[in-house]
Design a protein around this ligand. Structure first.
Ligand code: C2E
Ligand code: MG
Ligand code: MG
Length: 639
């Protein structure tokens, strides 16, 4: 069984906005360190030149301490940016009161504007520059009035005010240009980051949603399941997990192409979402498999079970409404789904266990005939585990030579053996003898039937080759059961021809038993293959005739040489008039179509008498002999 559960890992990768903040913090921290170091140096120099600690040194010390404190990682980038701006501006604007309008200190105030532009945008930066300008002009007025004594002396013949005025204009012009530039750079950076953010959001949603149906994917589903389990534990409410698989989905893809298949899946997804409550989750598990979580069903187990079944039935009903194929006018699909349900209650079962259970139940729904619901029960699990074990053993059985051929003799009207049907037996190391009904269907499903079937044909040819050299046995015909899957295998006809040729047997000694299901699809291919083999002389018998859907039209076209009346009719022919009529009809029809007829499952002398009276002259059944091992069969021939 396919099973791969992806665990949802916590999303540890940082988002785009984290990167953005990291970038801002890094720049600001560096700048603050530089300012801090520069300030310490400058204060030292100041004290040295002034020959002592004055109010200028005190002010510098306060700002430097503030800068140092703001380096602490607990502060946000905004706080750090404000400290930087504050420091630049105030220090830059304080010094001219002592030094006059020298540009060095004013540049510091300008740097504050640039930092504002970088971190808070153009407008606040212009406002700050204007405020600084106003400050410079205020210095100029004070100087002009003689209320401020700065170190700077106005140029000869010039009013003190003009020196300040020029400084102010230069300051404003230079800053406007710089602020514009910084703003441009930051804006383009912001655009790139915005684009990155969008890409990040898209890739994040791709990672959580299925891109065909738009439903949550496995990863998100796992996450929701964990949440649902936690909620169920908290609220003491049962929930349910549904595993849903589309029946025969492959047919849509094979017959109408993948676009139609995709459309079908999308429609199924839509219908699922419509059926469930908005608070429940429908997700795509993969391929044609969907999963659903229904929460808050009830606090009582029985009621929750009933509610879950109701939801399941609604889903069945919704999907069963035919889906029109947009790629082929007039064509529509009615593919059902098989649903497995398991109830969820807190953390009693792990998420993996819940999914496994729902999956097992879904599988049982398939086995039960598809288009239905199944609830998980523990016996189911045992069955599935047993099946898995058998499947594993089956893969080894050929290599370990555990298969045996049994022969059920076939008799003619003189009650003489004219051949046998080969029936396979599996002598299992621990389970003992296993009959074909318990492993052939499995081998067909897993594909092992191809190798097993080849082996049976090879062994039959070897036996016929040996018998061909013995006068008492060279007339014997061996009938071999061929399963549809084996027959459909592309190299089948070639393989049989080659085996027959190599063994050198009379091809007519080999009769292949096919069932009616082969007529249901690819009739042309079937006819072609049969003709190919009939061409070399191999015979065909139509097994279990009457139980399938044979159409007379096909029967005429397919080159069978024999019809085998199914044992179910023979069993009841002496008690059920209808069965007797049916057998008479089959015999008559066979005669008209020029086909031989053989009855299987002949158990009583009465059945034998009736069959012979109706004109059937070949038999096989417990009345004569059960299927027996080779040695016993050869002994039988001596009788
Ligand atoms: P089938 O080909 O219809 O074989 C007839 C089945 O009826 C055999 O069961 C046989 O043992 C049983 N049988 C014969 N006479 C009587 C009778 O008088 N009364 C009753 N009640 N049953 C009788 P078996 O051996 O269990 O095989 C079951 C089926 O397994 C076969 O049905 C055939 O479809 C399949 N099978 C057997 N061997 C092979 C094989 O080598 N390859 C493939 N593909 N299928 C095989
Ligand atoms: Mg058969
Ligand atoms: Mg049969």
């Amino acid at each position: 069984m396919k099973r791969s559960v992806i665990r949802s890992a916590g999303d540890a990768s940082p988002g785009v906005s984290d990167y953005e903040n990291i970038w801002k913090l890094r720049i600001l921290n560096r700048a603050l360190w530089v300012v801090f170091a520069g300030s310490v140096g400058a204060i030292g120099l100041w004290i040295f030149r002034r020959g002592g600690f004055d109010k200028g040194a005190l002010l510098g010390g306060v700002f430097t301490t503030l800068v140092f404190a703001s380096l602490h990682p607990r502060f946000s980038w905004r706080f750090k940016a404000v400290i930087l701006i504050f420091d630049f501006t105030l220090v830059g604007m304080y010094f001219p009161s002592i030094t006059g309008p020298r540009f060095g200190p004013l540049c510091l105030a300008g740097a504050g504007c640039i930092v504002v532009a970088a971190f808070f945008g153009r407008l606040p930066a212009y406002l700050l520059a204007l405020a600084d300008f106003a400050g410079i002009m205020a210095y100029g007025i004070l100087a002009h009035l003689g209320w401020l004594k700065t170190l700077d002396i106005p140029l000869p013949g010039e009013a003190a005010f003009m020196t300040w005025f020029q400084a102010g204009i230069v300051f404003l012009a230079a800053n406007t240009v710089l602020v514009m530039m910084v703003d441009e750079i930051v804006r383009s950076l912001a655009v790139s980051i915005e684009r990155l953010k969008r890409q990040h959001a898209i890739s994040k949603s791709l990672a959580l949603y299925d891109n065909l149906t738009g439903l949550p994917n496995r990863k998100l589903f796992q996450d929701r399941l964990q949440h649902a389990m936690a909620a169920s534990a908290r609220d003491l409410q049962y929930g349910a997990v549904f595993f849903i698989d589309v029946d025969n989905f492959k047919n849509i893809n094979d017959t109408s192409g993948h676009a139609s298949g995709d459309y079908f899946l999308t429609t199924v997804a839509e219908r699922l979402s419509d059926v469930i409550k908005p608070t429940d989750t429908a997700a795509r598990w993969g391929g044609d498999e969907f999963v659903v979580i229904a929460e808050n069903l009830s606090s009582s187990l029985t009621q929750a079970g009933q509610a879950a079944e109701k939801i399941g039935e609604k889903i069945l009903e919704a999907i069963n409404v035919p889906i029109a194929n947009p790629y082929a006018k007039g064509q529509s699909y009615q593919n059902s789904v098989s649903i497995g349900i398991t109830l969820m209650y807190g953390h009693i079962h792990s998420a993996d266990e819940l999914l496994k259970r729902a999956d097992i139940a879904m599988y049982q729904a398939k086995v039960g005939g598809k288009n239905r619901l199944r609830n998980f029960d523990v016996d189911m699990q045992k069955q599935v585990e047993e099946r898995l074990a058998l499947e594993a053993d089956l893969k080894e059985a050929l290599r370990k030579s555990e298969f045996e051929l049994h022969f059920q003799p076939q008799y003619n009207s003189q009650h003489k053996v004219f051949g046998a049907e080969i029936l396979l037996r599996w002598r299992h190391a621990t389970r003992g003898m296993i009959f074909p009904g318990d492993f052939i269907p499995l081998a067909e499903e897993t594909g092992d039937i191809i190798e097993i079937g080849k082996w049976v044909i090879r062994m039959a040819c070897l036996k016929l080759q040996e018998w061909g050299e013995q006068d008492t046995k060279k007339h014997l015909v061996l009938a071999i059961n061929v399963s549809p899957k084996q027959f459909r295998e592309p190299g089948f006809a070639e393989m049989v021809r080659e085996t027959v040729r190599q063994s050198g047997i009379t091809p007519a000694a080999l009769k292949l038993e096919l069932t009616e299901s082969l007529m249901l699809e690819n009739v042309d291919e079937t006819i072609q293959k049969m003709e190919q083999l009939k061409g070399v002389g191999v015979g065909f018998s139509l097994d279990d005739f009457g139980t399938g859907y044979s159409s007379l039209a096909y029967l005429k076209r397919l080159p069978f040489s024999q019809l085998k009346i199914d044992q179910s009719f023979v069993r009841d022919m002496t008690s059920d008039k209808n069965d007797a009529i049916l057998i008479r009809t089959i015999i008559g029809m066979a005669a008209n179509l020029n086909l031989q007829v053989i009855a299987e499952g002949v158990e009583t002398p009465e059945q034998l008498g009736a069959l012979s009276e109706m004109g059937c002259h070949a038999y096989q059944g417990f009345h004569f002999s059960r299927p027996v091992p080779l040695a016993e069969f050869e002994n039988l021939l001596l009788l």
